[in-house]
Write a protein that binds this ligand. Structure first.
Ligand code: IMP
Ligand code: MG
Length: 177
């Protein structure tokens, strides 16, 4: 059995997302934005963030897979699903569950820059700055967290726990069997 310890409650998450959305609403006042979620982890964050943003907003999704064993990132990222339409001239906000090594978002941002968007920003619910390999920072950060493996609110361990409403530290990861 995995042992879970609550790090961030659903109420803390909801309050933070309302604040992030209010900031985005102010920053892009009078403009349209495209929220691009990085599947699958960001799906829940995007759904909640989008409903708090008071702007003309549309969604798109991208899926990537990173190679590695366990928590070891090989540094190689592969595109599994591209955006559906061009981001040329758009205000793009990349929505990600967690910024860890930064390899994933660095790759995705480079890919989208090729579309020549009007602007490109990053919204990350969680940030583990101590793990960074790529020097990348998010424009909108929910919570900076210590170097612990977390699950819930979209984040998984071997595809499990994404549906937990709170964000929890996975204290004794099992082998996922
Ligand atoms: P990065 O490329 O190392 O920044 O990886 C970011 C991705 O790694 C996130 O989108 C998550 O899918 C995954 N990840 C990083 N840390 C955690 C964690 O603590 N729990 C669950 N997934 C994580
Ligand atoms: Mg992810």
């Amino acid at each position: 059995m995995d042992k879970l310890r609550v790090l961030l409650t659903r109420d803390q998450i909801a309050a933070k997302i309302a604040a992030l959305a209010a900031q985005i609403t102010v920053d892009f006042a009078g403009e349209a934005v495209v929220l691009i979620g990085v599947l699958k982890g960001a799906a829940i964050f995007l759904a909640d963030l989008a409903r708090e943003i008071q702007l003309d907003a549309s969604f798109d999704f991208i899926a990537v897979s990173s190679y590695g064993v366990g928590r070891q990132h090989s540094g190689e990222v592969r595109l599994v699903k591209d955006v559906d339409s061009s981001m040329g001239g758009k205000n793009v906000i990349l929505v990600e569950d967690i910024l860890d090594t930064g390899l994933t978002l660095a790759y995705v941002r480079k890919l989208l820059r090729a579309h020549q968007p009007k602007s490109i920003k990053i919204a990350a619910l969680l940030d583990k700055p101590s793990r960074r390999i790529e020097p990348i920072r998010a424009d909108y950060v929910g919570f900076q967290i210590p170097d612990e493996f977390v699950v819930g609110y979209g984040l998984d361990f071997a595809e499990r726990y994404r549906n937990l409403p709170d964000i929890c530290i996975l204290e004794t990861p099992s082998d996922g069997a």
